[in-house]
Every structure is written in C-alpha cells, then in structure tokens.
Design a protein around this ligand. Structure first.
Ligand SMILES: [Zn+2]
Length: 88
C-alpha cells in the first residue's frame, strides 16, 4: 500500500517594523529575501503551483483551489501572491 503523510501548510510570519521620525521621515525594515506580498506561497508551494499550472496545464484558479483544499493554505486570488517574482 502506498500512502502519503497528511499534508498541512506551515506559516511563517514576518513582522516588518516601521518608525516615523519627528521630521516626518518613515523608516521601514526590509522584508526577508523572497517576501514580496502580505500573503504569499513559500518556495515549496510555489513549486507545486508551477508544476500544476505549467506542466499539468491546470488553470491557476483551480491550482490554488487544489492547494487550499489539500494543504489548508489560503487560496490566493492575485498572481503576485504566488511568488517572489510576481508570477510562477
Ligand atoms: Zn528625521
């Protein structure tokens, strides 16, 4: 019998602090490399999404729905949330 372990997405939260100087200048910390959106897939989910969309020809909407159903990751509704270059 072949089987896979139960799949669930893990969440990594990054807090980007900012501070407003008395002169009005706002300084904001840089996000870690690859973090470009408030909510996005990490590299493994991005690779799965790319496989589904590019190789298996699953429409993007269906791919993110499948990923959400199987992993519990949120179904992203904007392409720029998929990865660090704004696309697959
Ligand atoms: Zn200042």
């Amino acid at each position: 019998m072949f089987d896979i372990p139960e799949v669930s997405a893990t969440i990594t939260e990054h807090r980007i602090h900012s501070h407003r100087c008395p002169c009005g200048q706002v300084t904001e910390a840089m996000a870690p490399a690859g973090v470009r959106a408030p909510v996005q897939y990490g590299p493994n989910l991005r690779a799965l999404a790319a496989y589904l969309v590019v190789y298996q020809h699953v429409p993007v909407e269906r791919a993110v729905e499948l990923i959400a159903d199987v992993t519990g990751a949120p179904a992203l509704d904007r392409l720029d949330q998929l990865g660090d270059r704004g696309n697959l």
